[in-house]
Design a protein around this ligand. Structure first.
Ligand code: SAM
Length: 334
């Protein structure tokens, strides 16, 4: 296993398979690359099936034991089942999707080896949903969630980005997962770092406080610095996360503890290694690389990883976050 200078082992990879998307969510960071709007057809700049598999084989050699496929909308890739099928056995395979293509395809993906799925669902009302995602496909998303459950992907985690537009929908989303077996909710704090619009930020502590009052049980997962709340249901006896009513908050913004516990390397759809979601100044292209070259590039990416908050960004005397002088000098001299 590779460990960076800050003692963080790299145990997972998050691979963007395309930056095409059939939605246009107003908050989307597109895995750190900005706009997802553009043509829907396969693009020449996307990694081929073989490119993705070659990278995953190298990552597996380094002990990486989990991969999450994302995008853009990863289900726009017609070779997704093949990629999953060819992913090294040692890796747990998960997918983040908007859910619209799960009906009719969920079973194929599970048969290929998909183990977990997150479906983005930011609202329970079709009009509210359309306002956030710029898509009218609400019913398809619900069908997608059902299809995932029917295919045996239990629990299905619903991802909801919490920001100015959606904060008011949190209570109904919490009730929704408490009332429906097999669903869990991941509340993701809106990250403005790559999208701008910091005015959309909300005070995530208020969501923590509200959930703490409602919860029958609270768990703090040290590894990711994430809190889990059990609401309306009860935690399974074996301590697993399988019970209904589980709500998790992911709150990375200005959170050095979160960054200190980041164990992931990312890959863009064009095949660039990326050490941090919030940075695009450390990208390394895998292009036409051979496996030995990819090994080297992966080692270098891990070696260059820096916790974003707390190290790359530090707080000044006024409490404002700014780039650590050390890194400004480093890049100026590069
Ligand atoms: N199309 C897929 C989907 O809808 O889940 C995968 C791509 S999407 C970029 C992956 C995840 O990033 C989604 O769960 C989304 O909620 C989250 N996300 C996107 N922009 C975000 C932002 N500005 N702040 C926090 N989370 C964000």
């Amino acid at each position: 296993m590779l460990t960076d200078e800050f003692g963080r082992e790299v145990t997972g990879v998050r691979v963007s398979l395309t930056d095409r998307c059939n939605f246009d969510c107003v908050y989307c960071h597109n895995e750190g690359l900005g706009d997802t709007r553009g043509p829907m057809d396969p693009q020449d700049d996307e990694m081929s099936t073989d490119d993705v598999v070659r990278f995953l084989e190298v990552a597996a050699e380094f002990g990486v034991d989990a991969v999450k496929f994302t995008g853009g909308e990863p289900m726009l890739r017609q070779d997704l089942a093949e990629i999953i099928e060819r992913t090294p056995d040692r890796m747990e395979i998960s997918l983040t999707t908007n859910g619209t293509f799960l009906p009719g395809r969920a079973e194929e993906l599970v048969d290929a080896g998909l183990e977990r799925v997150n479906v983005s669902q930011d609202a329970l009302d079709p009009a509210d949903f359309a306002a956030v995602t710029k898509s009218g496909a609400y019913e398809k998303v619900l069908e997608g969630v059902e299809a995932a459950l029917d295919a045996g992907l239990d629990p299905v985690k619903l991802n909801m980005v919490v920001f100015e537009h959606t904060a008011g929908y949190v209570p109904e989303m919490v009730d929704h997962v408490a009332d429906n077996d097999g669903l869990q909710l991941q509340l993701i704090e809106y990250m403005p770092e790559l999208t701008g619009k910091p005015e959309w930020n909300i005070d995530i502590q208020r969501v923590h406080d509200w959930l703490a009052e409602r919860a029958t049980e609270i768990e703090h997962r040290e590894m990711h610095d994430r809190k889990r709340y059990w609401v309306g249901g009860s935690k399974a006896h074996d301590g697993s996360s399988n019970s209904s009513g589980m709500v998790e908050i992911v709150d990375p913004v200005e959170n050095p503890t979160f960054c200190a516990n980041c164990h992931r390397v990312r890959v863009t759809h064009e095949g660039y290694l990326k050490g941090c979601l919030n940075r695009n100044d450390d990208l390394k292209s895998m292009g036409e690389m051979t496996k030995p070259e990819i090994r080297e590039a992966f080692r270098d990416t891990v070696a260059d990883r820096v916790p974003y908050y707390g190290e790359y960004m530090v707080q000044n005397d006024d409490g404002q976050w700014e780039i650590n002088e050390k890194y400004i000098e480093e890049y100026a001299g590069a």
